[in-house]
Design a protein around this ligand. Structure first.
Ligand code: FAD
Length: 403
């Protein structure tokens, strides 16, 4: 590991810290009260969404919402080091979530790279200002890890495409006004043995007739995931992003933004570990004298530190212009392993109180730990399934022999 922050990087971090000191404090003061600063009678889920909108708007006002976007779009054209510093600072202060995470980190950059000036004017402001919610529709029942296997059809018919098929696992599609979808525009690609071809990217108005979102209830009881069904839905040709058949390139063009995306996670995980120890001290102090639990805490602490250093090594390689693997897939594996380890550790540390779920009057920390116990299973699938990461490491890093 070999890097030091440049004066620009340090200035970037100091400016962000100073901004957060003032603006996060103000934000928390205005929202973490019983009053509703939104003016209306919003509560529960709606209030969470309003809170996310407000936070994203404040970030955007400070030019801190879309740091990777060009300056003309209120971004900062941040370097990989600045991305890592941003993630770490946000994790350090436990910054609230934003309204359009997908829109800011993935979809916006795709529109900036592939969109016409008209498309950019039409969609970028509403992503940035949190005016309308966005979703990302790639996965299908037979196309997840093997994404190129997608079969939802978009067939050109005059000035529009006719879309038929089914997407699945689409986060917050039922809340979204717009979605970036990858669709199969050339059905002959399979016969030609070229399934990465014949895929086109579209920006779709989720209110289009013929689109139906069917919520999926997940293991925690929430319904943020959806199936999205298309039945003869008509998508105007000017909603195509990039050329016909260029969908694969459009989708892959922003994956680079994820390369240091785990940088802040080790800070969040370290902070979670501290919080669960504090919770145990309050409700089940004997747990902290248990030698087995003490060893698990020490191991988790060490694993988190290792992940932090792994991220720094990946960053060093990026700065030297070297490929940043196997550190990136290894960090992903570490993240899913530690998230699940922590989730299990938390309920064991809390003892009997660990089963008190969200919504109950005695739930510890609002039931977060109990919810996490089941929710964190997703980390074996999200951002690249565990087995796929292991395949990548085996093939590219260890170069294991293949049949
Ligand atoms: C919380 C959550 C949110 C999501 N949000 C979105 C979203 O907003 N938009 C979207 O498009 N998608 C979303 N997804 C879907 C996600 O991208 C897919 O779940 C993921 O790509 C895996 O695909 P799959 O579910 O079809 O599983 P599969 O690819 O079918 O994998 C099933 C199992 O088989 C293993 N496997 C697959 N291929 C291989 C192989 N070649 N070798 C060895 N093992 C293999 C996998 O590791 C896994 O354990 C979300 C998923 C989750 C969990």
């Amino acid at each position: 590991m070999d890097f030091s922050f440049t004066a620009e990087d340090e200035a970037f971090r100091d400016e962000l810290r100073a901004w957060l000191d003032i603006n996060l404090t103000k934000f928390l003061e205005s929202w973490d009260t019983d009053d509703d600063p939104g003016g209306g009678q919003v509560s529960g889920f709606d209030r969470t969404q309003e809170r996310r909108k407000d936070w994203q708007r404040r970030l955007n006002e400070g030019r801190w919402a879309a740091i990777n976007w060009p300056k003309e779009w209120n971004g900062r054209e941040a370097t990989p080091v600045q991305n890592a510093l941003y993630a770490e600072e946000m994790a350090r202060v436990r910054a609230p979530g934003i309204y359009n995470t997908n829109g800011i980190w993935q979809i916006g950059p795709m529109i900036i790279k592939w969109g016409t000036p008209e498309q950019q004017q039409r969609w970028l402001p509403c992503i940035l200002n949190a005016e309308e919610h966005w979703c990302q529709g790639f996965s299908e029942p037979e196309a997840g890890s093997d994404l190129a296997n997608m079969r939802t059809m978009a067939i050109l018919d005059g000035d529009h495409y006719v879309v038929n098929g089914q997407k699945t696992w689409i986060s917050s599609a039922h809340l979204a006004r717009w979605g970036l979808f990858l669709l199969r525009s050339d059905p002959t690609a399979f016969d030609r043995g070229a399934k990465h071809e014949g895929i086109t990217a579209f920006i779709i108005d989720m209110e289009t007739p013929g689109i139906e979102c069917r919520p999926i209830r997940d293991i925690t009881g929430d319904t943020m995931l959806n199936e999205v069904w298309f039945t003869d839905a008509e998508v105007p040709i000017d909603c195509r992003l990039g050329g016909e058949g260029e969908g694969w390139q459009v989708a892959m063009s922003t994956l680079g933004h994820e390369r240091v995306g785990t940088a802040g996670l080790s800070i969040t995980m370290a902070s979670d570990l501290k919080s669960m120890i504090s919770a145990a001290r309050a409700v089940n102090p004997d747990a902290l004298d248990d030698p087995e639990l003490r060893e698990r805490i020490a191991r988790a602490f060490t694993d988190i530190e290792l992940t932090r250093l792994l991220n720094y090594r990946a960053l060093t390689k990026i700065l030297k212009g070297q490929p940043n693997w196997p550190e990136v897939p290894l960090a992903k594996l570490q993240w899913s392993k530690i998230s699940q380890t922590l989730a299990e550790l938390a309920v064991d540390l809390l003892g009997a109180a660990g089963v008190l779920g969200k919504g109950g009057p005695d739930a510890i920390d609002g039931g977060t730990w109990t919810r996490n116990y089941s929710w964190q299973r997703y980390t074996s699938i999200g951002a690249g399934a565990t087995e796929i990461q292991k395949n990548i490491i085996a093939k590219k890093a260890i170069k294991l022999p293949r049949k």
